[in-house]
Design a protein around this ligand. Structure first.
Ligand code: 13P
Length: 251
């Protein structure tokens, strides 16, 4: 059956020294009090090679927040999936709404990124979610269905390797959280689309995380919903007490 996962997305926060200190502190806290779920931290590229050796890989996985849509070559400033994997990282967030809206990442670009991540044995944490206008117009189901096109060209075997994260854009960094019922409704819908495409077994095995103003005070209620398999955490992943409070929702 599917795994419960709490993943942190540090976004563009913490310089290298601060990032190392945060990873060490988290590692100590989770070594002392082992989590009941998988834990992942996704850091800026420059942190990866320093953070992977200081966390216990049996407790904390490490991932990037993005990778290039090209294999290698003259793409100044880009970081390939192979480079990410060479740091010891095992995961990569792809399709985050901030990448889609600020950096023009399309369904087609994301399809390439997902394929390159998988070819380099990285587990994509693939994000989908609607903006406020789309929610108000009750178009959220249509929006996530269209976004899933990037991963619905995968074979069933490859689709089985990815993690999905539903992040309503109106809840990211705003303090507004989807209600557990709103999260459950759309997670169940997403799972039904997977079942239609790949069959019930693949759908049942897919972890679908919720993201958007998740905190220790609301995590338990959200994660208690049958189709919510954990969280993708932004702001609250930057403080060990908060992040651990969310991880402990599975205890
Ligand atoms: P916040 O938890 O800060 O709302 O961010 C969510 C997010 O975007 C995680 O990827």
């Amino acid at each position: 059956m599917r795994k419960n996962i709490v993943a942190g997305n540090w976004k563009m926060n913490k310089n290298l020294q601060e990032g190392i200190a945060l990873a060490k502190e988290l590692n100590e806290a989770l070594t002392a009090d082992k989590p009941n779920c998988d834990v992942v931290i996704c850091t800026p590229f420059i942190h990866l090679a320093s953070v992977t050796p200081i966390v216990d890989s049996a407790i904390i996985g490490v991932g990037a927040e993005n990778c290039a849509d090209k294999v290698s070559g003259a793409y100044t400033g880009e970081v390939s999936a192979e480079m990410v994997a060479s740091t010891g990282a095992q995961y990569v967030i792809l399709g985050h709404s901030e990448r889609r809206s600020y950096y023009g990442e399309t369904v087609e670009i994301l399809e390439e990124k997902v394929k390159l991540a998988l070819a380099n044995n990285l587990t994509p944490i693939f994000c989908i979610g609607e903006v406020l206008e789309e929610r108000k117009a009750e178009k959220q189901n249509e929006v996530v269905a269209a976004q899933l096109a990037s991963v619905f060209t995968l074979s069933a075997e490859d689709f089985g390797k990815i993690i999905l994260a539903y992040e309503p854009v109106w809840a990211i960094g705003t303090g507004l959280t989807a209600t557990p019922e709103q999260a459950q409704d759309i997670h169940a819908y997403i799972r039904s689309l997977i079942a239609e495409k790949y069959g019930q077994e693949v759908a049942d095995n897919c972890s679908i995380l919720y993201g958007g103003s998740c905190k220790p005070s609301n995590a338990k209620e959200l994660f208690a919903k049958p189709d919510v398999d954990g969280g993708l955490i932004g702001g609250a992943a930057l403080k060990v007490a908060d992040f651990k409070g969310i991880i402990d929702a599975f205890k």
